[in-house]
Design a protein around this ligand. Sequence first.
Ligand code: PGA
Length: 252
Amino acid sequence: MRRKLVVGNWKMHGTQALVSALLEEVIAGTANLSDEVEIAVCPSFLHLELAKELLAGSKIKLGAQDLNAEPDGALTGEVSASMLADFGINFVIVGHSERREVFKETDQLVAAKFAAAQANGLTPLLCIGESLEQRQAQTTEQTVISQLDAVIDRVGIQAFSEAVIAYEPIWAIGTGETASPKQAQEVHWLLRDHLSDQDAAIAGAMRIIYGGSVKADNAKDLFKQADIDGGLIGGASLKAEQFLAICKSADF
Ligand code: PGA
């Protein structure tokens, strides 16, 4: 049985005051959730320290939104996997579509980041997903499979025993347009089936979460799908009431 996972991706949002108020409410509101649900938040690098202090003693895990693939070096402004591990980070998002699109990250760079995260004991949360044009051209399947294969080719299927996949259709991110539970389930099944061709046990245990305009009122229908194991939540994770309702939707 796969544990559900709900991750808040705060992106480039928040102040110290917001982080404190938000986490106070989220910690209190998730204290009674069952162990069937795992919760994590990914603040900006600047707010990780404050979040770590506030989360001490709670069940909520701490994640980062990105990392540099290099172990160290003269790379002004960057943060390495070993720095994140040393700091006590659990998860790191890799390959978010905003990184792929805005910062032109290639499949190869995403794979290198995935490998660096794992080599340092972090759980990579690999984001994959198609654009609206790709969906309309009916190339969703080949797009997500090739994004996934770029990482498998680099690290091998065994590495996926310590990873999470997030299927995030780009057309649903921040747009208010969510993939229907059926549309999302179709892709999650495809991904699991593809993993299963290489290792059935890893595929069966793999958590594949959905992201893209998940809200309190659509979360439950998504999370009830057979191959959807939780959510990666952007906008709604910045509002305690919304995020808590989403976390509760995963507890059934
Ligand atoms: P959204 O973002 O929930 O605001 O659509 C999801 C994400 O980018 O991970």
